[in-house]
Design a protein around this ligand. Structure first.
Ligand SMILES: Nc1ncnc2c1ncn2[C@@H]1O[C@H](COP(=O)(O)OP(=O)(O)OP(=O)(O)O)[C@@H](O)[C@H]1O
Ligand SMILES: [Mg+2]
Length: 372
């Protein structure tokens, strides 16, 4: 398999009609190690597909260098790059059996029949579709068709697999199943994979390394836990995690020796060492961030040090079974808390909650960059 390296890669689309030029991808720098599962994630239009297509050679890079293995591939034809791509709309040939759909590309390359058979059977076994080899696509479920599309890529034994939102046509349950299966296949094949999705849960559960993109720019490259615990900016903090992080604009104030985050209606005392780091922000506005799981019902949180108790009005309650999402209002901001399902919360009544002030995030109100 192979390392994939992108150096200062950019893509400019020139529109013939409007004359408007769009940088779909800008200054994209990334190193993907051999056998790594790398995920590109970000909102629609952020440049994921464009980047993948440049790696595949289906789109020329306007600037920068792309290496597969040690080879600069900018000027290499897609067919010579030894990559296989699986798209969201994986068109299978309807008149061919699963076997022939998987074998087709190899036949075109003139591979001997015996070897084709061996490769297709091996891939079918990995994907658990051996019993379907003689069926036509119309007699398959969505998930089975998806596996055939993956099989078509596997039989090629490429250096790098490129997946562009391959699970987005499947229902929620099937997506979870296929997610697990693709992870297993990755292990079995010891393949280098670049996987595009706009679903942050898919990214978190599948990726060794995740590239978060927005407006053609990389926001952060990290493993899932680092992204969750140490986001580079407010965008990453809000993109990763469900339900998302709460953000509240606050003024940093100093009263005596203590530092507080003043929201207007509520004031939260900050402890050392975070308070020391906030000294430089006194009298400035910042964005205070706290994840829903870092707000507890006071009754259950007595033993946690460094917690700040607050009384907030309950706006809405969403029972999830194992837990409950409680929407709280300060009077001017809404905050969501993930609480134990036994919490005694009532809409329109006050609830005493505590904020785990050791887990807070602080962002610059102007640049949205992480301060803490
Ligand atoms: N052929 C093209 N000509 C002009 N602009 C294009 C072209 N292809 C893509 N773009 C623009 O480039 C940007 C990035 O598009 P891209 O398809 O890479 O986004 P994406 O992250 O894959 O989004 P999605 O999640 O919706 O698939 C968008 O603004 C898009 O409109
Ligand atoms: Mg796309």
């Amino acid at each position: 398999m192979a390392d994939v390296i992108l150096k200062h890669v950019g893509k400019l689309f020139k529109s013939k009609k409007s004359g408007e030029d769009v940088w779909a991808v800008k200054d994209f720098n990334l190193e993907i190690k051999d056998k790594e599962f790398c995920v590109f994630v970000g909102p629609s239009g952020c440049g994921k597909t464009t980047t993948l297509r440049m790696v595949a050679g289906l789109e020329d890079a306007t600037e920068g260098e792309i290496y597969i293995g040690d080879v600069l591939v900018n000027n290499m034809q897609p067919k010579d790059r030894n990559i296989a791509m699986v798209f969201q709309n994986y068109a299978l040939y309807p008149h061919m059996t699963v076997f022939n759909n998987m074998a087709f590309g190899l036949k075109l390359r003139g591979m001997p029949k015996k070897e084709i058979k061996q490769r297709v059977e091996e891939a079918a076994e990995i994907l658990e579709i051996t019993h379907l080899l003689n069926r036509k696509p119309k007699a398959l479920s969505g998930g089975q068709r998806q596996r055939v599309a993956v099989g078509r890529a596997i039989v090629r034994r490429p250096k790098v697999f490129l997946f562009d939102e391959p699970l987005s046509n499947l229902d929620a349950k099937l997506r979870v199943e296929m997610r697990t299966q693709l992870k297993k296949i990755h292990k079995t094949l010891e393949a280098t994979i670049i996987y595009v999705t706009h679903d942050q849960i898919e990214a978190m559960t599948m990726g060794d390394q995740i590239v978060i993109m927005k407006d053609g720019l990389i926001q952060q490259i990290a493993d899932p836990i680092t992204l969750y615990d140490k986001p580079n900016n407010k965008f990453v903090a809000g993109f990763i995690g469900t339900p998302p992080m709460n953000f509240v604009e606050c003024l940093v104030v100093k009263r005596g020796k203590e530092i507080y985050l003043d929201e207007g209606k509520i004031s939260l005392q900050v402890n050392s060492p975070i308070s020391d780091m906030l000294e430089k922000c006194v009298d400035t506005k910042v964005i205070f961030g706290i994840r829903p799981e870092d707000i507890y019902d006071k009754f259950f949180a007595r033993s946690i040090p460094g917690c700040c108790p607050v009384k907030l009005k309950v706006d809405l309650i969403e029972p999830m079974g194992n837990e409950v999402y409680v929407h709280l209002t300060t009077g001017q901001n809404l905050l969501l808390a993930r609480l134990d399902s036994h919490v005694k919360a009532e809409v329109e009544k006050d609830l005493e909650v505590v904020f785990n002030m050791n887990k807070i995030h602080i962002f610059d109100a102007e640049t949205n960059k992480t301060i803490i």
